[in-house]
Design a protein around this ligand. Structure first.
Ligand code: UD1
Ligand code: CA
Length: 462
């Protein structure tokens, strides 16, 4: 059978989000709400039409040319939104209509809806769910024989109908033919002045069409996001799915409840995640790593066998076998080589650290190309900024930089050079050289006593 078209209604004002931007662009586990809906729809449909309103340019920018965009200039309701697409829809076949704010409905549920719609030969099938708390949703009104009569919005419920817990998920399958025939005749709601898509069902019935409902067993996925409290609930459910998928693929999570991974994040098998890992964007983690607790990775590539404790790593890469942290800040543009050691309280920015190099304690490395097997002593600092401009530093293989040294950029430290602790280096160091650049130490014999005389005595001191 031919694949249906999909229409995604995404033009709503999203007033209840209290946001400057369009509702459907709010992120859920790293991707806009609408992205999740499109992912589910794409699997089953051959063409996807987006109805856009506020922020249309933003949507087009994000989703690109692969979709058809139709503007709903005035937001007059879900029925009005679908009316805008009508001229573009094919004469026959099926049309899957989805809301841009129900991101948990996956292709499995939609596929089941489509199959049921076809099996029943219906002109319209609405996807419904039974909720413990149906408040806020349109309710499905059935007659005494269980046939769908109509859908009544929460605000228009009549006495006794509040108790009905079967709700409209906002997701439907329509025969295109029936849409062409009856969608233009949708009535305007007398109270709100809007055109409700749900009001199409009684019209279809009156014209003798078959209207069906498909009750999904996965009621949790029906969640529609109108406000930020619902957004948080949806995010928790999406996280559960992501974590479950990864755990079943061989990732150990000590506490899935506090493991926050965006939907695009990949993690290799036998990697262990301690609590409070937050991996965002296009982060890819290899196999056999030990990460966290308290690790925040953003768009970061982590190779196999990496250990990285508490820290923040952004737009960078961590090489195989690296041993990092605790408490590191690795800023954009950094490439931490294989088998390196980046230690406690170290900040690295826009730098590459060569294979096997060590920056174990309390350092700042900025705008630096460091080759392999370099040792940076505790507290050594690259002085990359002179108050006006940033400068580059190059540290060649095997160099040894003593504790508490300042390397004032631009600078090149030659291969195998040795810089004595406490040195401030302002000129290039030739390969193999030893540099001591610190003030002469003065030792004054017996002066300490005199120096300390007159010091206030502590209690009990003679
Ligand atoms: C809608 C349904 C309700 C259902 C619920 C499921 C109607 C009248 N009500 O209510 O029965 O239980 O979804 O979550 O259909 N939109 C437009 N243009 C508009 C108005 C809305 O494109 O003029 C889009 C929105 O961007 C949104 C979707 O349609 O993605 C649903 O709109 P929303 O206002 O959220 O409807 P609900 O009140 O949630
Ligand atoms: Ca909604």
């Amino acid at each position: 059978m031919e694949q249906p078209w999909a229409v995604i209604l995404a033009a709503g004002e999203g007033t209840r989000m209290q946001s400057a931007g369009p509702k459907v662009m709010h992120p859920l586990c790293g991707r806009p709400l609408l992205w999740h809906v499109l992912e589910a729809a794409r699997v089953l449909t051959k063409k996807q039409v987006l109805v856009t309103g506020r922020g249309a340019a933003l949507l087009k920018d994000y989703f690109g040319d692969g979709y058809t965009y139709v503007e709903q200039a005035e937001r007059l309701g879900t029925g009005h939104a679908l009316q805008q697409v009508l001229p573009q829809l094919p004469a026959g076949g099926d049309v899957l209509v989805l809301c841009g704010d129900t991101p948990l409905l996956d292709s499995e549920v939609l596929g089941a809806l489509l199959a049921d719609h076809r099996r029943q030969g219906a002109a319209a099938t609405v996807l419904t769910a039974a909720l413990g708390n149906p408040h806020g949703y349109g309710r499905v009104i059935r007659d005494e024989r269980g046939r769908v009569q109509e859908i009544v919005e929460d605000r228009h419920l009549r006495a006794g109908q509040e108790k009905i817990n079967e709700i409209n998920t906002g997701c439907y399958c329509f025969a295109a033919q029936a849409l062409h025939a009856l969608l233009p005749r949708l009535p305007q709601n007398k109270v709100t002045g809007e055109y409700y898509l749900t009001d199409l069902l009684p019209l279809l019935k009156e014209a003798g069409h078959r209207v069906a409902a498909f009750l999904t067993v996965d009621a949790q996925s029906a969640l529609g996001i109108n406000d930020r409290a619902q957004l948080a609930v949806a995010a928790a459910r999406m996280r559960e799915r992501i974590n479950r998928r990864l755990m079943l693929a061989g990732v150990t999570m000590l506490d899935p409840e506090t493991t926050y991974l965006d939907v695009d994040v990949a993690v290799g098998r036998d990697t262990v995640l301690y609590p409070h890992c937050i991996f965002e964007g296009q982060t890819v983690v290899g196999e056999n790593c030990v990460l966290g607790p308290g690790l925040h990775l953003v768009n970061t590539a982590v190779e196999n066998d990496v250990t990285c404790r508490q820290g923040l790593v952004i737009d960078s890469s961590l090489g195989a076998g690296a041993n990092i942290g605790p408490y590191v800040h690795i800023r954009p543009g950094s490439s931490i080589g294989a088998e390196t050691r980046i230690g406690n309280f170290v900040e690295v920015k826009n730098s590459s650290i060569g294979k096997g190099s060590k920056v174990p304690h309390l350092s700042y490395i900025g705008d630096t190309q460091m080759e392999e097997s370099v040792n940076m002593g505790a507290g050594s600092i690259v002085v990359n900024y002179d108050g006006r401009r940033k400068h580059l530093t190059q540290i060649e293989a095997g160099a040894f930089v003593g504790c508490n040294s300042n390397l004032i950029a631009p600078l090149k430290i030659g291969r195998g050079a040795f810089i004595a602790a406490g040195s401030t280096i302002t000129r290039d160091v030739p390969p193999g050289a030893l540099v001591v650049a610190r003030p002469q130490e003065k030792v004054k014999k017996d002066l300490a006593k005199k120096f300390l005389k007159g010091r206030p005595k502590k209690q009990g001191e003679k």
